[in-house]
Write a protein that binds this ligand. Structure first.
Ligand SMILES: [Zn+2]
Length: 588
């Protein structure tokens, strides 16, 4: 692995090294997508028409969903993009079938509606091809990719962001006809980002609808529409963001991904300012390009958090740390997208690094930070393969080498993991185990003296065992490699200032901030005996609750404890935990 391993992550402090980025005037009005397929109006943004003869389903779909189910519900994979399974469905396909496929595959799904008869023949072709033994081989042997150069932009804040935003919108509107008027759109985007950060948003969505462009912020996991911009501004705003992330401004029909670093509050040449990393994704939709910006604030990097701040109760912290202190085995963090799995693993890597010769960030992992030990990094070789790298873990006292998945260069999770194994690692984090090959290499790694941390997309801890078996890991190997599974969710906390009644500060939701809810399953001998007999997830769960050392506290029980403590509400616990548990239905 080259020293550029961490370069996909945002670089080191680059305060005030701002480049003025020129903004080309919008060339054309937004392309209003391609013509929606009949029936596609059921989905608010119709995808471009797809030639179903050229469709290439993911191998996992063909393996985990049987031909009969696929035909019965007219649902077929069109491959995966960034971990999302694209599904082709018919008008008649039920939402439950779509949902079940997602649960079965263990990844989020995105359906597109197509004519039923075309889907039926595509399904038959796909399963016939599989039966004839055509197999995909993922590329290997490529060096880890150099991360793209990340542009840096300085944005100015505002003392009255609301008022200034209104002004910027008016200015940008009146300026549309001007040939030189670029500044108002730049200012508008700056202010939107500034406001989003001020409110603590994790994502900003710019979503064109019929006559408007919605600006939506994700706060504590939920989307809020905070502003409606006149539709005419959409092209300018999108262009500005694409320029910031060095995307191809002229390309409006294909999805694009990019990154940028913005410094807030420091002008050009200024030596202060808060640095934020942005991950930008664009997707064509019926009314123009949809843009999502993920805001990554290094000041909130999870490695700075202790386990108590994540919401982990002391008894769970002690049991969990006992498992991640081992020098081999697999420890999994599970939950749906957005449940805080990666945050927990980052905190874990930081703890491992700190307790093995790195700077002592957390003398007491439960209560908080101790003194600074002034070490020069961990005595362990800690390496990650992630998709994408969200936070830079190469700070003072930390020595984690992070590599980003790059599908175009053949750097998959499995390939990255094999490269890492040639780099003499002690601790490995694999962003996600979502295919057979990655599962196999992870098991091998854990059996040959490496501690492997990873995530799985399952609803509870016990289901992770079944999922590994689904992915082709023999129960015997699960028993010899898997140490523990930590399932988790994030529940919103009642806004203390308004006692949950709702106020302007919490956008009338009554909630502010989130806290983790955890369920830790440790594989003891009794559990391993059940796994060897291929017992079901509910049987494993029941055994864990009876288990040694006090038994497992389930997500539901942990959630109820938070309700009793007045931290969250029953409704929130039900929304986050039970709604998902109820869908644990077998598909094939
Ligand atoms: Zn409030």
């Amino acid at each position: 692995m080259t020293p550029t391993a961490g370069s996909a992550a945002p670089g080191s402090a680059a305060v005030g090294v701002a480049t003025a980025v020129p903004v080309p005037a919008p060339r054309t009005p937004p392309v209003p997508g391609t013509v929606p397929t009949p029936g596609a109006t059921a989905i608010d943004e119709a995808p471009p028409a797809r030639d179903l003869r050229a469709v290439n389903p993911s191998p996992e779909f063909l393996r985990l969903i049987n031909h009969d189910y696929s035909r019965r519900h007219l649902v077929l994979s069109a491959g995966t993009t960034d971990g999302v399974e694209r599904l082709i469905i018919a008008q008649t396909t039920g939402p439950l079938a779509v949902f079940n496929v997602g649960v079965r595959l263990g990844r989020p799904v995105e359906p597109e509606i197509h004519p039923g008869e075309l889907i039926a023949s595509a399904i038959d072709r796909a399963y016939a091809a599989r039966a004839h033994g055509r197999s995909d081989t993922s590329g290997d042997g490529l060096a880890p990719g150099d991360g793209p150069e990340v542009p840096k932009v300085t944005i100015e804040g505002s003392s009255d962001v609301e008022r200034d935003l209104e002004a910027a919108v008016r200015e940008a509107e009146s300026d549309l006809l001007s040939t030189q008027g670029k500044a108002p759109t730049v200012r508008l985007v700056d202010l939107v980002l500034f406001e989003a950060l001020q409110r603590g948003a994790s994502d900003v969505h710019i979503q064109p609808v019929r006559d408007l462009t919605l600006i939506r912020y994700r706060l504590d996991g939920s989307l809020h529409t905070v502003r409606e911009l006149p539709g005419a501004l959409a092209a300018g705003v999108t262009t500005r963001i694409k320029v910031m992330a060095r995307l191809d401004v002229a390309e409006q029909r294909s999805p694009q991904d990019g990154r940028a670093t913005v410094t807030i509050g420091g002008g050009v040449g200024a030596s202060s300012g808060r640095r934020i990393d942005l991950r930008v994704s664009t997707l064509p939709s019926t009314y123009g390009q949809r843009v999502v910006l993920r805001l990554l604030d290094p000041a909130r990097s999870p490695h700075l958090l202790n386990f108590a701040a994540l919401g982990m109760p002391p008894e769970v912290v002690h049991k969990f740390l006992a498992q991640v202190s081992k020098t081999s085995g697999i420890v999994l963090s599970t939950g749906p997208t957005g449940s805080g799995k990666t945050t927990t693993l980052y905190a874990t890597l930081a703890w491992i690094s700190a307790t093995n010769g790195g700077e002592i960030l957390q003398k007491d992992p439960v209560r908080g930070r101790g003194r600074s030990g002034g070490g020069h990094g961990s005595e362990l070789n800690i390496m990650t393969i992630e998709d994408p790298v969200e936070y830079d873990l190469s700070g003072p006292g930390l020595s984690v080498s992070q590599t980003q998945v790059d599908i175009k260069k053949g750097l998959t999770f499995a390939a990255g993991l094999r490269h890492i194994l040639r780099q003499d690692p002690d601790v490995i984090m694999v962003g996600e185990i979502r295919d057979e090959e990655t599962a196999r290499v992870a098991v091998q790694a854990s059996l040959t003296g490496h501690l492997v941390l990873s995530t799985l997309h399952t609803n509870d801890a016990a289901s992770a065992v079944a999922r590994l078996v689904d992915l082709g890991v023999d129960p015997f190997l699960v028993n010899s490699s898997l140490s523990a599974v930590l399932a988790q969710r994030l529940v919103r906390k009642i806004h203390a200032a308004c006692a949950g009644r709702g106020c302007s500060e919490c956008l009338d939701t009554g909630y502010r901030g989130r806290l983790g809810v955890f369920e830790l399953l440790v594989l003891d001998p009794a559990m391993k005996a059940l796994i060897a007999r291929r017992c079901s997830a509910p049987e494993l769960k029941a055994q864990a609750q009876r288990g040694s050392g006090g038994g497992m506290v389930t997500l539901r029980e942990a959630g109820s404890a938070l309700v009793r403590a007045g931290i969250t509400t029953e409704a929130e616990v039900t929304r986050v935990i039970e709604a998902l548990e109820a869908t644990d239905e077998v598909v094939t």
